[in-house]
Design a protein around this ligand. Structure first.
Ligand SMILES: [Zn+2]
Length: 283
């Protein structure tokens, strides 16, 4: 990526080196952490499960870290990527006469308290609709390179853009589809709704990528990099790695092929309305 022309976002809260803060409330936080880790084994982020959890176990928030733009190299990078998503989504929202309200990106290490419960770096990056913040422990980027073999700065940016995609879903109301499925009850239906939510977030990441291209921020090779990342985090690929077999009915994020297809669709069109995974007959 070439982010020289991109202003860094100031919506970054830096909690690195602060610890998770005191645990209060006696709400069985250990259990929540375990549930989230269990979820993570099958996917890349627990963003969708958290909207439900916050209703069950509201958490007191930890003391906020300094907000602004970090000065270290990686902090600068994520702030610029976030700034780029803000520019892209502001434009997309304006096209439908709406105003984009940007999320806050929280950098942490180890553990973090969110309005959705305790987060842990092992879960990977996640979005919490309750506080409209995305949480990332930058050590995840090492996993992306080693465990998922998806190196490169555009792959790193794609991860942020995917979580921002969940924020867009919070703003547009898509999350309700998942909550409706949960209210109806069967795990199969919940998984199916989760896949549509995740593929839409991938498509939204593509919409951002399209606008990053328009803003002249892409290098040759960036798109294949992001497609490789999308493919590396497909449920089939991860299940094969972790369980040795693939069970499509338990997918929560979509197959590698589906993730690539929806990311590419957003990337090519640049329009959010082309990301309607809920009306799509085939994913
Ligand atoms: Zn997601």
């Amino acid at each position: 990526m070439d982010l020289r022309n991109q202003q860094a976002s100031g919506n970054v809260e830096d909690r690195r080196g602060m610890g998770a803060g005191a645990i209060g409330g006696g709400l069985g936080i250990g259990g929540i952490v375990l549930a989230l880790i269990g979820y993570f084994v099958f996917g890349i982020d627990p963003g969708t499960i958290m909207s439900v959890q916050q209703q069950v176990s509201p958490q007191q928030e930890s003391r906020p870290g300094p907000t602004g733009t970090p000065t270290d190299e990686m902090g600068q990078f994520v702030s610029k990527v976030l700034g780029s998503t803000e520019a892209a989504w502001t434009r997309v929202f304006e096209e439908s006469n709406a105003r984009y309200r940007p999320p806050t990106l929280v950098l942490y290490d180890g553990q973090v308290r969110s309005a959705c419960g305790m987060g842990q770096s092992a879960m990977g990056p996640f979005y919490c609709p309750g506080d409209e913040k995305l949480y990332i422990d930058l050590s995840f980027y090492r996993d992306l390179q080693t465990r998922f073999r998806a190196p490169g700065d555009f792959a790193q940016a794609y991860v942020i853009a995917h979580e921002v995609g969940h924020h867009v879903q919070k703003l547009t109301g898509s999350f309700r589809r998942l909550e409706d499925a949960r209210a109806r009850g069967s795990q199969r239906e919940v998984n199916a709704a989760s896949v549509r939510i995740e593929l839409q977030a991938d498509c939204y990441a593509g919409v951002w990528g399209h606008h990053a291209g328009v803003m002249d921020q892409l290098d040759p090779g960036d798109v294949p990099e992001a497609l490789a990342a999308a493919s590396a985090i497909g449920d089939d690929r991860i299940q094969k790695q972790t369980q040795g077999r693939v069970a499509p009915e338990s997918f929560t994020h979509g197959s590698s092929e589906q993730r690539v297809r929806w990311f590419r669709r957003g990337l090519e069109s640049g329009r959010a309305r082309d990301c309607d995974t809920f009306s799509a007959a085939a994913l």
